[in-house]
Design a protein around this ligand. Sequence first.
Ligand code: ACO
Length: 327
Amino acid sequence: MPISAVISGTGRSVPSRVVTNRDLEKIVDTSDEWITTRTGIRERRIAGEGEVMSQFATEACRQALEAAGVPPADVDLIICATVTPAMPIPATSCTIQQQLGCVRAAAFDMQAGCSGFIYAQSVAKQFLLTGRYQHVLIVGAELLSKFLDWKDRATCVIFADGAGAALMSRGELPRGVLSSVLHTDGSMSDLIVMTGGGTKHPPTEATVREGLHYIRMKGNETFKIAVRSLEEVSREALALAGLTTDDVDVFIPHQANQRIIDAVGARLGIPAERSYVNIDRYGNTSAASIPIALDEAVRIGRIRTGDVVLMAAFGAGLTWAGSVVRW
Ligand code: ACO
């Protein structure tokens, strides 16, 4: 049998603190009605004081290893996809490695906006298919709340916190990642930004005063591009796998906006009951959104052995990506 890269275990971890739309009504000029009808979000998880991104990432990874029955010492590589690392140096993946006891694993972080988990999946797949590695742990983890301007109603009602992980292992077809497609268009990089905190605008009193450390998004312009890109990349990934939308058992889109998910589903001809949606409970957790949804879908039995799972994401960069996995 030809070798493949299979997802052998999944996990997730989110802060226990729930922030509802009603809670947000008290701090910003918005309404439960606006947020629900425009985004589909009803509540989200927001980290409390002292909670750090690495703790959620580590816990999600721990669950993925447990689900796969693979000991930490057998992991060859850890990739953490994030736009909100615990700190700039060292990479959060190194903290995860230490906390899990993955003593043999190499580790690095990568940044591809909300598409990060699918990008990480694709990188992991290459290492598994070449035969170099046996087990690669990938995790999408974000504490976006730490970079939100709680006076900016265009972003603070949307973004949230959490982590989701998957252990990818060398396996055999017909199971495994059948196709991965990655895209980038840097000419639209201004649509979703956090301009401060890097080497262009290192943190100073002035950058903090000007709010350069906050995430800003031109949501309306992003919306139309997101719908088109998610449809196109889904079709591309399916075609590369030799499949069509009729073959999709479960569609896991990036949880950015219920209206985007509905529009993409309609364009693809994938009925709502075949899409997995949890944006109502978690909001947009960027790179964590797909792996959190994936883990939920697996644990409640929505995804079963042999199922064809389509994943598609879109985010800052702009980046967009799709993958097809036979479970
Ligand atoms: N509460 C009440 N009113 C609001 C709010 C709010 N929270 N936010 C915006 N409004 C107002 C605006 O001020 C505007 O008012 P006006 O008409 O008087 O000017 C009106 O609502 C409409 O604003 P739009 O921005 O056009 O609202 P839209 O329907 O586009 O919804 C949203 C905004 C939810 C952000 C949507 O555009 C969206 O989901 N965009 C895509 C986001 C996305 O996919 N991002 C990529 C992933 S993120 C990443 O990579 C990190």
